[in-house]
Design a protein around this ligand. Sequence first.
Ligand code: MG
Length: 255
Amino acid sequence: MIVKKSPAEIEKMAAAGAIHARTMKLVAGKIREGVTTADLDQAVEKYIRSQGAVPSFKGYRGFTGSICASPNAMVVHGIPGPYRLGRGDIISIDIGVTYDGWVADGAVTFPVGPVTPVAEKLLEVTRRSLFDAVEQCRPGNRLGDVSHAVQATVEGEGLSVVRSLVGHGIGRDMHEEPQIPNYGDAGKGPLLEPGMVLAVEPMTTAGRHMVRMGDDGWSIYAQDGSLAAHFEFTIAVTADGPRILTPWHEGEGAL
Ligand code: MG
């Protein structure tokens, strides 16, 4: 079942989400050639803890990082480590913040300096598909409207949505029902109601949609080696419409 949150609970999630957004902006300021993903991880953990919050990913099923850092053909779940960002890379950063028992989840794919036209398009389209999905997170719509919005935008530009990885409901737990595929039929699936909170996360590639797991048992790559991108918001469905709880796109330092 889909756990609905009260307005007061959504405010608590928004407090976690505000820390999340500030953390993502901090990361944005550190993305440059030569920085390692371990450097980014350390900065994120330090900042989240300084806010009285906890990095949700750390220790999750044994994951060692506070962020997932996934360069180039890696789609998601990269373990932070010695990898040094190179000029022309793209790097997906996924962050979870737990504050006062509530979780906020979100991701951005960053360019490292100037990137190829293919990479630029992948980032622009994937980001746009997320905003298109946000628009569908309204009472009276169905979950399939959200999934379909991502798919229509991404495939409409000749790119692929990863089929085997999904978004999710979120609240006291990072992963709650429902699963949210990035493809599907408009008008199908559960009815969206005020109080539902969704982590919508388009994961895309510039090639085909199939993925493979890396040797570390965590990292997921585009099977054909093509570039991959990942953008994510935690979004509350409210009577007034969608409310982005992890607004890294707003305010000072907006991404
Ligand atoms: Mg997520």
